[in-house]
Write a protein that binds this ligand. Structure first.
Ligand code: NAP
Length: 291
């Protein structure tokens, strides 16, 4: 089975749109997402534009701040603290990567837990690892992986999940979320010995290492579910752009062995912004319930 991330993403956005309408009817205002974009990185500008567009589509209000690359860390921190106090702001997203002169972790940790819709702060990561400890907003891409598994009725409890990659944005949080759902989890990274042998034992493989077609057919147990988070540019002279996107998994070879697999593009990618919308609605609901 090819898991259709675009369809699942669309389904989630439709659910969020309905949830936002109910929220507006109840409270008389829309959930608000504050986005802070610093510098000129073209990819960051593209991502933020897509996030603002998604907000407009589901009815979430956008509060957008754009700052030049020379902005100091103290200035950004002051802006985040002001946004944190605003009652019309229910979620705050500081687009990463930040300019080199800023300490990213310090800035992200300024976002209060209840408004951290990206789920990037250290508190969120810590809580993900504690069974029974609730987080309002789990990080978007890892949560997207879980949604893809759950909405396709993949049994997580009791399964052996192998996660390739241990970044704080994808690998580590997705591993913790699988563990919290009672999977037995192996995390592999660049120093892992005999990595292929670990992957061969997996019922669920999550690949998040950023290496094109690293996971080959001989590494996959027949019937395993493969979620490919990787997004890699490879040269392609037949394309006008001169490149195409491929995942961390050799999709064409693995698809006939795996029980289910996500393509790249069109797998995990569409889930990330959908989960950001869902997180913003959740954050607004949680904040309004306590106030
Ligand atoms: P990252 O911060 O660079 O982390 C990569 C991880 O992979 C590290 O833990 C690294 O191990 C491990 N790794 C690298 N090479 C390896 C190898 N040869 N064997 C085993 N492990 C290896 O990357 P990231 O931010 O987690 O992103 C991973 C991929 O997901 C990228 O392709 C990125 O573009 C993609 N991504 C997609 C989405 C989306 O679709 N929405 C969102 C985020 C990221 P060490 O820790 O030992 O260095």
């Amino acid at each position: 089975m090819i898991i259709d991330g675009a369809a699942v993403g669309e389904q989630i956005r439709t659910e969020v749109k309905t949830g936002v309408s109910t929220f507006v009817a109840r409270y008389g205002f829309a959930p608000g997402l504050a986005t802070v974009l610093i510098g000129d990185d073209p990819a960051s500008h593209t991502y933020v534009r897509a996030k603002l567009k998604a907000c407009a589509e589901v009815g979430i209000a956008s509060i957008h701040t754009e700052l030049p690359a020379r902005t100091t860390q103290d200035e950004v921190v002051a802006i985040v603290r002001t946004l944190a106090k605003r009652t019309d702001v229910h979620g705050i997203l500081v687009q990463v990567p930040l300019p080199d002169h800023m300490r990213e972790e310090e800035v992200l940790n300024e976002v209060p837990l209840g408004k951290d819709v990206d789920g990037f702060s250290a508190s969120v990561l810590g809580r993900l690892g504690v069974k029974g400890k609730k987080v309002v907003c789990a990080p978007c891409t890892p949560q997207g992986c879980i949604e893809l598994l759950e909405r396709n009725q993949v049994q997580i409890a009791g399964a052996h999940a192998v996660v390739l990659g241990r970044s704080t944005i994808v690998g580590l949080p997705v591993a913790m979320m699988l563990l919290a759902r009672d999977a037995t989890v192996t995390i592999c990274h660049s120093k892992t010995q005999e990595l292929a042998n670990h992957v061969r034992r997996a019922d669920i493989v999550i690949a998040a290492i950023g290496r094109p077609k690293f996971v080959t057919a001989d590494m996959i147990k027949p019937g395993a579910v493969v979620i490919d988070v990787g997004v890699n540019r490879v040269p392609d002279a037949s394309r006008k752009s001169g490149f195409r996107l491929v995942g961390d998994v050799d999709f064409d070879a693995v698809k006939s062995i795996a029980g289910a697999i996500t393509p790249v593009p069109g797998g995990v990618g569409p889930l990330t912004i959908a989960m950001l919308m869902k997180n913003t609605l959740w954050a607004a609901q949680a904040l309004c319930l306590v106030s």
